[in-house]
Design a protein around this ligand. Structure first.
Ligand code: ATP
Ligand code: MN
Length: 472
């Protein structure tokens, strides 16, 4: 038989299909990579094949009567690529519904066991980072890849169903969204021969005629589209040159940024909660085998804790109440937690892990620690910001209602010593038909880290970029 519904008229099917009992009795072909080979005393071999289509392997029985048994099959080792044709039969052993009784096995490429690093022995995740070209062949990274894929699909499904348009915002930008540093410069100026003007680099000679950078967020541009089309979202790469070697920061990560006109802070918080719950539901519904692996090998209890998150409403706390809770917690913290301080990871983790033991939405932060675009509250000292924190990871979402009042926006820019000229187009949105609007940014790898229980965000993206590391 041939692969149904394929793009090409493939003569082979996937291991996932072949593992399904409906194929018992049929002759099929599969193609993939050998995970292990075991020889039985009975004069045949078990070859475990994986082709990425599912977590489980397809067990292939290779009898010694096959013409190339001694020459090829008997020497098959982990990492080799093969094409196997045979009859699907009910599996004799436990653990799988079917197995393939091979009629023919063709070896496409061997992997010399002397050189191939992924032998049976388990390797640490740190070691596997050095082999980012081979780590997708491990159980962990196969499962991770399918989980990331499913979550990406849900991101689009959720927002499309809610009436949001997917837009693409620029990767190269001349505006610094957060009003803070930590951006990667983009330049074509010769570094060994910089054009100078009064002792300073003359960026008017640079490619874009001014300083430009890799974007840290698509928010400001998303606001442009939200104030025309109502609801939009981005899902793209963002870059931050923060030299923090933590287990929760990457220099290049993917962010989902919805922006919605006529949404206030409450609507924004509700959108975030619905979105997160939808991601979890889809994940648990369709990545059962992969999640069972993370549960068993990476973080016992992770599935039950995600189920709990889906069932309960998120807790909400104002920043001021959170400070009170920290003050009376009796915990020893490394960093101060007086009103007006930025919350550190240790504070966020105390609140979400010990105080509420689940997701927590913190809102109404001091305006002094938040960017210029967040909407000022009537108390004069806080802004309509909201962060979503989760156990083990901390902040996964940062968002706010945006300042839509022209005069307030201008005085905020002034207060923060930002040049209004640099934001002329952002300001014009408030001159021409301004409306209340809100949005947030969800760090995709932070979500992957949370749902898999992986300890380090470097293992939540195929090719991590971190200080000192951009191999592959
Ligand atoms: P943090 O305080 O954790 O450094 P942030 O407050 O600087 O994050 P935001 O500017 O609010 O982050 O960005 C929105 C979201 O993007 C965050 O909630 C987080 O999920 C994610 N994020 C931010 N920085 C990084 C990073 N360096 N690597 C991976 N994800 C990140
Ligand atoms: Mn934030």
């Amino acid at each position: 038989m041939s692969g149904q519904d394929g793009i090409v008229d493939a003569p082979w099917i996937s291991a996932a299909q072949a593992r399904n009992a409906e194929h018992i009795g049929r002759e099929i072909e599969v193609r993939g990579w050998v995970r292990t080979r075991r020889d039985s005393k009975g004069g045949f071999s078990f070859v475990e094949l994986n082709d990425g289509s599912c977590f489980g392997n397809l067990q292939i029985i290779a009898e010694s009567s096959l013409p190339n048994y001694q020459a090829d099959i008997h020497n098959l080792s982990a990492g080799s690529s093969i094409v196997a044709r045979g009859i699907v039969q009910a599996s004799q052993g436990g653990g799988q519904a079917t197995e393939l009784l091979a009629k023919q096995i063709r070896v496409l490429g061997i992997a010399d066991p002397q050189d191939y690093p992924l032998q049976k022995k388990r390797h640490t995740l740190e070691k596997l980072r050095e082999w980012a070209h081979l780590r997708p062949r491990t159980n962990t990274f196969g499962a991770l890849t399918r989980v990331r894929n499913r979550l990406s699909q849900s991101v689009h499904q959720f927002f499309q169903e809610q009436g949001f348009y997917y837009i693409n915002t620029p990767i190269i930008t001349a505006s610094d969204c957060e009003g803070a540093g930590q951006m990667f410069r983009v330049t074509t100026l010769p570094l060994d021969h910089l054009p100078l003007e009064k002792g300073k680099v003359d960026f008017s000679k640079d490619f874009f005629g001014k300083s430009s950078y890799l974007t840290v967020s698509g928010q400001l541009e998303a606001e442009i589209y939200a104030t025309a089309l109502g609801r939009v979202y981005t899902f793209g790469p963002t870059f931050r040159a923060e030299n923090s070697n933590t287990s929760r920061h990457l220099a290049e990560f993917w962010m989902i940024e919805p922006e919605a006109a006529f949404f206030d802070l409450q609507d924004n918080m509700l959108l975030a909660e619905k979105f997160i719950k939808r991601l979890l539901r889809d994940l648990l519904d369709s990545c059962g085998e992969d999640m069972a692996f993370f549960e068993e090998r990476i973080q016992p209890g992770v599935i039950a804790s995600l189920r709990q998150v889906m069932e309960k409403p998120f807790e909400h706390l104002t920043y001021s109440d959170a400070i009170e809770i920290l003050n009376s917690s009796g915990e020893k913290f490394e960093y101060p937690h007086a009103w007006g301080c930025d919350l550190q990871a240790e504070h966020e983790r105390y609140l979400t892990e010990k105080h509420v033991r689940g997701p927590l939405v913190l809102y109404n932060y001091p305006k002094s620690i938040k960017p210029f675009y967040m909407r000022c509250n009537d108390d004069g000292r806080t802004v309509a910001a909201m962060d979503v924190l989760v156990p083990n990871v901390g902040e996964i979402i940062g968002g706010s209602q945006r300042e839509e009042r022209l005069d307030v926006l201008l005085s905020r820019l002034n207060e923060m010593q930002l040049q209004a000229e640099d934001y002329w187009w952002y300001i014009e949105l408030r001159k021409f038909g301004t409306v209340p609007h809100s949005g947030f940014g969800l760090g995709f790898e932070r979500v992957v880290q949370w749902v898999t229980g992986l300890g380090n965000i470097r293992d939540c993206i195929p090719f991590p970029r971190t200080p000192g590391s951009a191999e592959f």
